[in-house]
Design a protein around this ligand. Structure first.
Ligand code: HEM
Ligand code: CU
Length: 561
């Protein structure tokens, strides 16, 4: 912390305002993002439960099923995740770098307001039933132009946030030449870099294909190209969700259990590999699509499996941390640590349960990415079950567990025993509800139950009747999940306004002394960005050229609602 910064802090304390342990400006900004993400969870969960109840036939179709599904996907997949992530990363950067009087406040807030403007436009269009295109807005479905304008504003807003973060990083590097940026900062920058490179694809299909189509400037759209650009973005998107959860697992959880980071170098290496291997793999979402040469599908599936390497590196170092800590507390044997972990601390329990869910979730991902097995599960509720235990549990539970300390930190308050207990209950109900709901989705998906299908009885066919009990289970799981969300929203309200003022710990661990020194080349951004684009060019140039050169006739836009 430099001179001006500590004076500022002194002044804030004298004013008697609740003081966050990071700069006030940064805290306010991060908090604004977190608030929006909490609101998005609430709206998204309501939509999620309603659509389950409608599909099961428990309540009448007050809102269209597809309209609710669009709202649910956008609120949870897009708004909740992105807003929480940006808020968390600002906080991590502020904590890692100390306070800067030159914090890029203006551009950061401009980004925030653009995101809000975009999200509001998108929401209005969905509510008005003018954009029932689901959160993937696949061509040739055609929404109102304002929907796409909203998406563009949203994305450009996040680019401004990324720019603000890159500025913070550059300022730090200038003031501390030759010093490694702290691990959480390095990881945050890597995450935002991935996001910026990924969103280029989705920006491309919106600006050059979907928006012109919906404005009537073009009559037709190339479906396959649009889907390819979407999935060029869609796969790294899942890593944009996961990497912040990994940041918490690598740097926060060790501190909460009283341990240390197993290896700084290994963590940085894993994040670098996540960047590289996230891009040349989008075709594993398009395995059933005829317009892509099987050779390139094969190449991208092989590359997909490379992500196993950093994933296992992550699993290895996390469990090594647990074991080292367990041994320090007197545990013996391979699994002695299990008895020594602080399960009564929501900051540990929630992310830890998330990690456990990630084990079957990762195995399911390998199934999805395998060409033949994918044919079994493609577009069934299995897939929906899969992403509810990945992003919906591993990531969401980690974010919940994080929010219990982050919100008090940002508000200059403390996490009370009562709120911690409520947090444990909330994490438990979430895990329980999700286990029921996703189990039912996985199994009935294997029986052929399609995803994204509104109330459909298929003439009361015997096969579809067998799915009904699973839909009941999903409705029960969904109800438990909504209860969990209500507890979460209340806890966040409490921690924002009612909890006692004080300085809550910002838990960030140090590295194990025995760990290897971190090599400098991890921060050679030019090199890694170049390698990323080389990989992208390798995996996509020829197939995209095929899609353009021998394009089938385009489709006119469809409005099916
Ligand atoms: C309150 C808890 C939740 C409930 C009850 C719920 C329920 C559902 C249901 C029933 C579906 C649609 C299945 C179908 O295709 O018919 C769905 C889809 C989806 N959910 Fe959830 N979910 C919840 C939480 C979450 C969370 C936390 C996330 C992400 C962070 C999430 C992301 C998604 C996405 C992206 C879709 C796909 C939408 C689409 O296919 O267009 N959900 N959810
Ligand atoms: Cu993917």
């Amino acid at each position: 912390m430099n001179d001006v910064a500590s004076k500022l802090k002194q002044w804030e304390m004298e004013r008697g305002v609740p003081v966050p342990s990071i700069g006030v400006k940064e805290a306010r900004l991060a908090y604004a993002h977190v608030v929006i993400s909490v609101l998005a969870v609430l709206i998204g969960a309501l939509a999620g439960l309603m659509q389950t109840l409608i599909r099961t036939g428990i309540i009448p179709e007050v809102f269209g099923y597809y309209q609710l599904l669009t709202a649910h996907g956008i609120m949870l997949g897009l708004v909740f995740t992105t807003m929480f992530i940006i808020g968390l990363l600002y906080a991590l950067l502020a904590k890692s770098f100390g306070r800067f009087e030159s914090f890029p406040t203006r551009v950061a807030w401009l980004g925030f307001w653009m995101i809000i403007a975009g999200a509001v436009l998108v929401t209005i269009m969905v509510l008005a039933n003018k954009a029932t295109v689901l959160y993937t807005f696949y061509a040739p479905l055609m929404a109102d132009p304002i929907f796409y304008v909203g998406l563009v504003l949203f994305v450009v807003g996040t680019w401004l946030s990324a720019f603000a973060m890159f500025r913070m990083y550059a300022d730090y590097k200038r003031e501390n030449p030759g010093v490694h940026p702290p691990l959480p900062a390095f990881m945050s920058i890597m995450t935002m870099l991935l996001w910026v490179i990924a969103t280029l694809g989705v920006a491309g299909t919106i600006l050059f294909q979907l928006l012109p189509l919906s404005l009537g400037w073009k009559d037709t759209v190339g479906i396959e190209l649009s889907r390819t650009l979407f999935w060029y973005f869609g796969h790294p998107l899942v890593y944009f969700w996961l990497m912040p959860a990994y940041i918490v697992w690598y740097t926060v959880v060790p501190k909460v259990i009283g341990g240390k980071i197993f290896s700084d170098a290994l963590a940085r290496m894993a994040f670098l590999l996540f960047l590289l291997f996230s891009f040349p793999v989008g075709f594993h979402h398009q395995l059933t699509e005829p317009g892509i040469d099987p050779f390139w599908k094969f190449v991208q599936v092989i590359l997909t499996f490379l992500v196993v390497i950093p994933s296992f590196m992550t699993a290895f170092s996390l469990f090594a941390t647990f074991e080292l800590r367990g041994r320090a507390l007197g545990a013996r044997g391979l699994f002695g640590w299990v008895k020594k972990m602080p399960y009564g601390d929501v900051r540990f329990l929630a992310p830890f349960v998330g990690m456990l869910f990630f084990i079957p979730a990762g195995a399911g991902g390998i199934i999805n990415a395998s060409h033949q097995l994918n044919a079994m599960v493609h577009n069934t509720l299995w897939v929906t079950g899969h992403f509810h235990i990945t992003v919906g549990t591993a990531v969401a539970l980690t974010f919940f567990g994080t929010a219990y300390w982050l919100v008090p930190v940002l508000r200059g308050r403390t996490l009370t025993k009562a709120m911690n207990r409520l947090g444990l209950i909330q994490a438990g109900t979430w895990a329980f509800g999700m286990a029921i709901m996703s189990y039912a989705m996985h199994i009935s998906g294997l029986q052929g139950n399609p995803r994204r299908t509104g109330p459909a009885t298929y003439f009361s066919d015997a096969l579809t009747r067998e799915w009904i009990p699973y839909h009941m289970a999903m409705a029960i799981g969904g109800t438990i999940l909504l209860i969990s969300v209500l507890i979460f929203v209340y806890s966040m309200f409490n921690l924002s306004f009612l909890a006692p003022k004080g300085e809550e710990e910002f838990p960030l661990a140090e590295t194990e002394e025995a760990a290897m020194e971190t090599p400098r080349f991890f921060e050679n951004w030019k090199l890694w960005i170049t390698v990323t684009f080389v990989l992208i060019a390798f995996a996509y140039t020829i197939p995209i050229w095929h899609l353009i050169e021998s394009a089938p006739p385009g489709a006119r836009g469809w409005v099916l609602w």
